[in-house]
Ligand binder design. Structure first.
Ligand SMILES: [Ca+2]
Ligand SMILES: [Ca+2]
Ligand SMILES: [Ca+2]
Ligand SMILES: [Ca+2]
Length: 457
């Protein structure tokens, strides 16, 4: 795979032995080639093995593979050889291992022949196990430990060989910085401004006016997540109190319309809570159904006597609870001395809690609370290379993998740096060194919660 390039995957390539490609396929490829934004991207598709029936259409594609499960090693090798040598020569190839356990239709096949072919055939550029995720009782590769380990090792080997020297963003998934202005805006409405990660936060890629009026920042909080699974980050506006219902409410601004419309309005089952930072919120997919769930951090007043995390199910509009968990730290106050961010630190795909203690010791500290312990124990705690950062909201934090080495980095954003708002990142997994220091075009901001700065997920 070329650096920072994802293919455009075309589904439903019609069979039928046509002398010409099906017009729908021709039109789709023409549209891709005719758009400057996509003209350089490979067009990819997974076929069924009746290659002779799609011999015209396949010529339009750049990357091709096939899915057919239950073959012997010999049959499978012959089919791939036919694709490479006869029907679609000179292209790049995708290998699709059958991998589903406890399901009908797709068998669970050993990884050996697939990985061997990938490592020895330079034209094979993508190993795409069917399938990675689990659906219901059908186990995907991710939840079959031996398979996951084998395919992750193969993927890591590819990454190490092709991407280790890269400083560009991995496949375009750069963590942009969202500046959300809930008040004092010229438009009179809540606004979303996005700083572009690919320019190191030196330029804006969006200035958007939302349909939500100027807001009381004691009442509202914001989080980022893809609520509707369209690949575009949505903005969650979480209203603690003063709502139409007696509960905490969530209004989701749709990234697909640049936040001009809502993707949903929800009254959660959590009764209204007090303002300020005694309760903080974020979203992450706890139960791994692809829908972000609501993480509620109750920093003071929990019945457990500790800081607690409560998780509500995004898939049913936050109507059921996925867990109530006391965390290891004592109550953490109603100021911004501690921040809590759900993100997967240990690589098991379940969000852990990254707790940032800004004024707890001699420097800012990172405490990782592991999901695998039901958020009961720390899996890692360390002082960082960043000085203490106070108890107000002058310094705010976010998490993402800035340098795409597979380890979460911690973003530290100051609203009153030498040149105004600045972004720094502490390199994971140890957080002793920085891998980013940069200024932004955002002038200095107040040290309270009136302006929100969030790193994209
Ligand atoms: Ca979305
Ligand atoms: Ca979920
Ligand atoms: Ca985890
Ligand atoms: Ca990293």
């Amino acid at each position: 795979m070329g650096e920072a390039t994802l293919p455009i995957v075309i589904g439903c390539v019609e069979k039928g032995g046509r002398r010409q490609p099906h017009p729908a396929l021709s039109n789709a490829v023409a549209a891709i080639r005719g758009n400057t934004a996509t003209a350089g991207l490979p067009a990819a598709s997974i076929l069924t093995p009746e290659f002779g029936q799609i011999s015209q259409g396949v010529k339009l594609l750049d990357w091709v593979g096939f899915d057919h499960y239950g073959d012997s090693d010999n049959d499978w090798t012959n089919t791939l050889n036919a694709l490479e040598n006869t029907y679609a020569s000179g292209k790049k190839y995708i290998i699709v291992p059958g991998s589903l356990n406890n399901c009908n239709g797709v068998s669970l096949e050993g990884w050996s022949r697939y990985i061997t072919r990938m490592e020895n055939d330079p034209n094979v550029i993508w190993l795409a196990p069917f399938m990675w995720l689990t659906s219901g009782s059908c186990k995907g590769v991710r939840d079959l430990p031996a398979y996951r380990a084998a395919y992750t090792a193969a993927g890591t080997k590819i990454k190490d060989s092709q991407y280790s020297a890269s400083t560009s963003w991995f496949c375009g998934f750069a963590p942009d910085l969202f500046w959300i202005k809930p008040r004092d805006t010229a438009s009179g409405m809540t606004e979303v401004h996005i700083l572009d990660a690919t320019t190191s936060y030196s330029t804006f890629k969006l200035h958007a006016v939302t349909p939500y009026p100027n807001a009381n920042t004691d009442q509202v909080s914001f989080a980022l997540g893809d609520a509707n699974g369209d690949g575009k980050t949505d903005v969650y506006l979480i209203s603690r109190y003063n709502n139409a219902t007696p509960n905490v409410e969530i209004h989701i601004l749709d990234g697909a319309t640049n936040y001009a419309t809502y993707a949903g309005h929800y009254s959660t089952i959590l009764p209204a809570v007090e303002g300020g930072l005694a309760w903080t919120f974020d979203v992450a997919d706890y139960n791994r159904d692809g829908v972000p769930d609501l993480f509620v951090f109750k920093k003071v007043g929990g019945s457990s006597g500790r800081t607690e995390v409560h998780i509500y199910n995004g898939a049913d509009g936050f109507q059921t609870t996925l867990g109530h968990f006391p965390m290891p730290m004592p109550p953490t106050g109603s100021d911004d001395a501690w921040e809590f961010h759900p993100a997967d630190y240990d690589g098991d795909s379940i969000p852990d809690v990254i707790a940032i203690a800004k004024q707890n010791g001699a420097s800012t500290e990172v405490h990782i609370v592991s999901a695998s312990s039901n958020y009961a124990t720390y899996s890692f705690e360390t002082p960082t290379g960043l000085h203490t950062t106070g108890t107000d909201s002058n310094w705010v934090f976010g998490v993402n993998d800035y340098d795409h080495d597979g380890k979460l980095d911690v973003f530290a954003i100051t609203k009153s740096g030498a040149t105004g708002t600045e972004v720094h990142a502490l390199k994971g997994p140890s957080y002793q060194q920085f891998n980013l220091h940069t200024s932004t075009p955002i002038a200095a901001l107040p040290s309270d919660t009136s302006q929100t700065l969030l790193i994209n997920k």
